[in-house]
Design a protein around this ligand. Structure first.
Ligand SMILES: Nc1ncnc2c1ncn2[C@@H]1O[C@H](COP(=O)(O)OP(=O)(O)OP(=O)(O)O)[C@@H](O)[C@H]1O
Length: 229
């Protein structure tokens, strides 16, 4: 039997704009295997971010369900959903979202501290080493390059040992060479720590680095790689 870590069932997200309805997601059935690295591609406005937000429990569907591991997200209370987001999911965004007054190490451990959890220093050191940030532990974000800042954001996402990394255009602000470096490192650390990655990109070259490419058009999954049927 397949072991899915993420599965969406008849997922719909509709927005009402006056008399008009925007079908951001329209009956999406999509599944990701444990430890898979999936790229979601599609034009601007096709529904990529909406899908990622649903999977990460950042937004709720109009109808349908998202399953992550053994959890149906729609069945969780607000508090349970907040815990799910903190412990099971690592988010990486295009805009890094680092705290400017905190150095690299402090940024990386901040979510663990906010969660009141013990910091596994050895693990954090290992991540910083793998992401080639060891020499920058004391540096403030504004002294780092874009690629370095995004590696800090990846380190932060991984540090709380989530099972899934959700990345929304993580290389959107980076040049081509840096994008490839960052993607290579993300792939390597995800594999090392047995994490599943779902990544949005508009860049075909970046998408090619994934195990599987899923294409979204107008709220529909039109190509789900080998899972297409
Ligand atoms: N809060 C909202 N209210 C109304 N419409 C929305 C809202 N959020 C998204 N939409 C609409 O839903 C559709 C899908 O948006 P979404 O952000 O998921 O697309 P996307 O593929 O991620 O686009 P991009 O590549 O530009 O980020 C778009 O038509 C968008 O305008």
């Amino acid at each position: 039997m397949e072991s899915w870590i993420v599965e969406t069932k008849n997922l719909k997200k509709y927005y009402r704009l006056g008399t008009h309805t925007v079908k951001a997601l329209d009956d999406v059935n999509f599944a990701v295997r444990e430890q898979e690295f999936v790229a979601i591609i599609g034009k601007s406005g096709s529904g990529k971010s909406t899908l990622l937000h649903m999977i990460g429990g950042l937004d709720t569907p109009t109808s349908g369900e998202v399953y992550v591991g053994d959890k149906a997200l729609g069945k969780l209370s607000k508090e349970q959903l907040a815990i799910f987001r903190r412990r099971k999911v690592g988010f990486v965004f295009q805009s890094y979202n680092l705290v400017p007054d905190l150095n690299v190490y402090e940024n990386v451990v901040l979510p663990i501290e906010l969660d009141g959890k013990h910091i596994d220093r050895e693990f954090v050191d290992e991540i910083l080493e793998l992401l080639q940030l060891n020499e920058k532990r004391e540096a403030l974000p504004n002294t780092l390059s874009g690629g370095q800042q995004q590696r800090v954001a990846i380190a932060r996402a991984i540090a709380s040992k989530p099972s899934i990394i959700l990345a929304d255009e993580p290389t959107g602000n980076l040049d081509t060479a840096t994008s490839h470096d960052v993607m290579g490192l993300l792939k390597m650390v995800a594999r090392q720590f047995k994490q599943t990655v779902i990544l949005i990109t508009h860049d075909q070259d970046i998408a090619q680095m994934a195990d599987r490419i899923v294409r979204i058009e107008d709220g529909h999954v039109v190509k789900a790689g080998e899972l297409d049927d």
